[in-house]
Design a protein around this ligand. Structure first.
Ligand SMILES: C[S@@+](CC[C@H](N)C(=O)[O-])C[C@H]1O[C@@H](n2cnc3c(N)ncnc32)[C@H](O)[C@@H]1O
Length: 388
């Protein structure tokens, strides 16, 4: 299993270590979405106004304390559950300071500040101590501390209740780009991103589509739908990307059979494996985003089964891409799509991620088929704007 939590393109990996077992009760409780009308998007730390001021010596005292705490971890987290070691934690500490201090370059330069000089920061001193304690003592993910994750060329807002987007998912956008640059059909059509989380895939795909291309993204989690909408607004893509809260295809009823492509990174971790993941993931990331049922395939199978009825020209001119937990799940899905859903998917293949691990199952038409766009189908594209 490979679901790792990586910070600013720097890895802290994890793998399954069976430590504790979740009771069935806990599983079902975690799969239930959190519903609250009070939820608000958390503004990423680097975007908050620098309204606090500290003396440079207080800042240094905090930094030394935080460094010592990070160093005390050594390789203990890594040995226990493949969590971050002190080298990575010290790097995160620098990133935290970069985001929290208005003029980080001056304060980080040797001799850049005098001890009584005031430094403008975006959180007060007490919160700085609190945040770093949460990072080390509670293993709260760094991305939740600073409220964002760097992903491709985006900086996405994230918070508790929303999956932190992973680097391996970035490649789905490359797969879509390949189709989009080759053919206007994909560039100007309607795409779906199912289980959008922070909106990462929907936003990245929205940015590569043409003037008429659109993305509808769904998520069952109200927090994810809210954060994804916030990210869409931050990137000023409201005209291109629509976020809908609801289960998988349910919010897409009025565009059934009209998608040119769909992508999804659904939950795919077998339920029993979750408690063995690194604490940042198992204790803090939403169960709803991770738990794929007994063998991790529940949502993957459902999505593949329903995908064909949602796509415009199944098997000839439409594209479906989904991310999996590795070779075993890929192979299962390919067999399922070819034999049980035979006829609906004509170009099913497995694509490996950057590490060479079979990761994606795609059904994308070959380039030579791209020009056989059907008239009736193209007419539908004219209506996307009204449908959204
Ligand atoms: C592995 S996360 C992927 C998030 C995001 N696409 C990414 O790659 O960063 C799976 C997402 O599916 C959502 N999800 C789980 N069950 C769902 C359902 N029945 N309908 C829609 N979304 C669901 C979760 O809330 C979570 O955001």
């Amino acid at each position: 299993m490979k679901l790792s939590l990586l910070a600013r393109a720097c890895c802290s990996s994890m793998s399954p270590v069976s430590l504790r077992k979740y009771s069935q009760n806990q599983v079902s409780q975690h799969r239930r979405p959190m519903i609250s009308s009070q939820i608000k998007p958390q503004i990423p730390l680097f975007l908050r106004p620098p309204i606090y001021s500290l003396t440079f010596s207080d800042l240094q005292k905090w930094q030394n304390w935080a460094k010592t705490l990070a160093s005390s971890v050594g390789s203990s987290f890594q040995d226990f559950d493949h969590g971050p070691d002190s080298t990575l934690l010290r790097r995160e500490l620098n990133w935290l300071m970069e985001d929290a201090i208005e003029d980080y370059s001056t304060t980080s330069r040797p001799g850049g500040c005098e001890s009584r000089q005031k430094v403008k920061v975006r959180v007060d001193l007490e919160e700085l101590y609190g945040l770093w304690k949460q990072r080390i003592e509670e293993r709260r993910p760094f991305q939740y501390l600073v409220g964002c994750e760097h992903w491709r060329d985006l900086v996405l807002s994230v918070q508790e209740g929303v999956l932190i987007p992973r680097p391996e998912t970035e490649m789905i956008v490359d797969l879509v780009c390949e189709l989009v640059v080759e053919n206007d059909w994909f560039k100007q059509g309607l795409w779906a991103d199912l289980g959008t989380g922070s909106g990462a895939l929907a936003i990245a795909i929205g940015r590569v589509l043409g003037d008429y291309g659109r993305v509808i993204a769904t998520d069952l989690s109200p927090v994810s739908a809210m954060v994804a909408s916030y990210n869409v607004q931050r990137y000023e893509l409201q005209d291109k990307v629509v976020i809908k809260q609801g289960s998988w295809f349910e919010p897409l009823k009025n565009v059934e059979g009209q998608l040119v492509g769909l992508v999804s990174n659904p939950p795919y971790i077998p339920s029993d494996h979750i408690c063995g993941l690194q604490a940042e993931v198992s204790k803090h990331e939403p169960r709803l985003a991770l738990d794929g049922g007994l063998n991790g395939l529940d949502d993957l199978v459902h999505l593949c089964y329903r995908a064909s009825s949602m796509l415009l020209c199944v098997g000839s001119l439409s594209s479906a891409t989904t991310i999996t937990n590795g070779e075993e799940q890929c192979q299962f899905l390919v067999n399922y799509m070819k034999s049980d859903l035979g006829g609906n998917f004509c170009y099913v293949k497995i694509v490996s991620d950057f590490a060479g691990i079979p990761r994606f199952v795609t059904d994308s038409p070959r380039a030579e088929n791209h020009n056989t766009v059907k008239d009736g189908a193209l007419k539908t594209i004219d209506h996307f704007l009204t449908l959204l």
